[in-house]
Design a protein around this ligand. Structure first.
Ligand code: ZN
Length: 210
């Protein structure tokens, strides 16, 4: 295992965490993110209780794909089982980002899926962002519920909780988290202006394909 690679992944994770904080997608100690160490069955994850905006590379904890700590001083994030299950389910996924982005989280409270109403969102997430039914944070049942959905979606909303996005790199998973929040804002505004007419997905699919 290359130490340089761990160092590189740590630095990218810290930078991305700071950016999510600066954009207001995470606040206080909420949210967590992780990334696989290329060529290994391990990933680095935020420690429990740390603030995303103020992480240090040496604070990140290295764990295996069962979620067991391999290296690190601090305790692993509460949501480590959810991250581990995503990596086990999707070999293409190299990074997992979980935030409590306020607008997307509000959609989860309203049990309302986010739909690809805007053309860029349609290209990124043509199937939209479904709501995963509520399970206790940090539980194996939450991890299982996310595993069921993540096979078909790169982004899901956790009911009354937050957002999970995945990607082939840290930056792609973060971009998706930002786009889900943006799509939630757009959907709310569109529904305010045009009611449920804005949600005619069949009509939109036809429009975007041509
Ligand atoms: Zn959470």
């Amino acid at each position: 295992m290359s130490i340089y690679t761990i160092k590189e992944v740590s630095e990218r994770l810290v930078k991305a965490s700071r950016e999510l904080y600066e954009q207001g997608l995470v606040r206080g100690t909420s949210g967590n993110m992780s990334a696989k160490i290329p060529g290994t069955d391990t990933f680095l994850i935020k420690p429990s209780g740390a603030r995303m905006g103020f992480l240090k590379p040496e604070e990140l904890v290295l764990v295996d794909l069962q979620g067991n700590k391999v290296r690190g001083e601090l305790n692993v994030s509460l949501e480590t089982p959810m991250h581990a299950v995503v990596y086990r389910a999707r070999s293409d996924v190299q990074a997992v980002v979980h935030t409590h982005a306020p607008m997307a989280t509000s959609f989860g409270i309203a049990k309302t899926d986010i739909l690809p109403l805007q053309v860029e969102m349609f290209m990124l997430l043509p199937n939209g962002v479904p709501v995963v039914p509520f399970e206790q944070p940090g539980s194996e049942t939450l991890a299982e519920a996310v595993q069921k959905k993540i096979a078909d979606y790169d982004a899901v909303i956790l009911e009354n909780h937050g957002v999970v996005t995945v990607g082939p790199t840290i930056e792609v998973a973060c971009n998706l988290n930002e786009m889900v929040e943006e799509a939630a804002k757009i959907q709310l505004a569109a529904m305010t202006l045009s009611g449920r007419d804005a949600l005619d997905l069949a009509k939109l699919k036809e429009k975007f394909k041509t």
